[in-house]
Write a protein that binds this ligand. Sequence first.
Ligand SMILES: [Zn+2]
Length: 421
Amino acid sequence: MSLLIKQVLLEDQITDILIEGKYIKRIAPHIDPPEGAEILSGRDKAAIPGFINTHTHAAMTLFRGYGDDLPLMEWLQDYIWPVEAKMTEHDVYVGAKLACLEMLRSGTTCFLDMYMYPMETARAVEELGLRAHLSYTLFDQGGAERAALDRKRSYEYYEAFKGLSDRVTFTLGPHAIYTVSGEQLQFCHRFAVEHDVKINLHLAETKGEVDDCIRLHGTTPVRYLHQLGILSPHLVIAHVVWVDDEEMDLLAEHGVSVVHNPASNMKLCSGYTFKYEEMKRRGIKLGIGTDGCSSSNNLDMVIAMKLASLLGKAWRFSPTATKAADIYHSATVGGAEILGLKAGKIAEGMLADLSLVDLNVPELVPLNNLTSNLVYATSGSSCVDTVIIDGVIRMRHRHVPGQEQIIAEAREVADRLFGRK
Ligand SMILES: [Zn+2]
């Protein structure tokens, strides 16, 4: 199956892009259509790489707008946890489908997730055609029974994911250092090395986490992981707001990747001094995440890019910090590097994971600088017209097959979970 995009804007050139199977085969000013190829007009469109959301909790779309503007512990204990306890596998599937729909409609082609029932999220991903790295959440809180169950399930999910398409990859998801024991984190490390999978962990998110870590383990979160011997290129850590120079040196030295979640950090008041420049200078792989919809309220990576860039400038009092091009790089190439994907840019030989952006939306006019317009002016949900993943059109002119049903089912599940029915 081949797909030929005719006369589309790619960076600053009008060009043709030929996709064969799942890869970008050729990019040239004029390509004759191969026999049987589908032709897609690129008129008034720009081709951009699909965004890679390197930290989210897809099924939490169902919590959007529920329990906003509350202190963290009150929000978790009185709102989120009681409802999560009622969630079924089907609810996770429905919530993940809503998330996939929202991601497609805002130009995200791949995401790194952490949640319960990852097979259900996988099913949603398979059906909507995205690419995803999905973590099973390990959450033992020091309990030996749950820890043993989590280890058993990690093996079971790892095996079960082998039956899925190559768009879906299993990762380990120890929740955080305050909910998972050190021994369990070391288990994750051994598992990741043995099976060559990623470990997805929240780390150094709040000042309270750092203080507790010092109290319990006598040192700060990154140093604690170093002592456990689990800093490695397998590890992807989200938030990382509270780190010092020496800790960033350790992360760089051990090839650990870091994901910035500006909306969540601001909304939950976790901290705002994410050290993008310091980490970039050290060569740490940096991604951008939205986090889940209970703490960022949407999954739009374009909005996340704007927040990341503005926040970085604001706390440093420096308009030259966190430049649009750098943040755009993290949301595309950076994410692909973290997940080890041949994606993140549109070039021959790369995976055909890309979007066509409608250049006629007002916020993209005039086109003095596409990257600037994308990061600062628009939102993904208003400008992304067509999305191609793995060489297949998954959204065409803003329509995703089955979208009406996905929305209706999500409403129904949310009504039940929140006692409206
Ligand atoms: Zn998170």
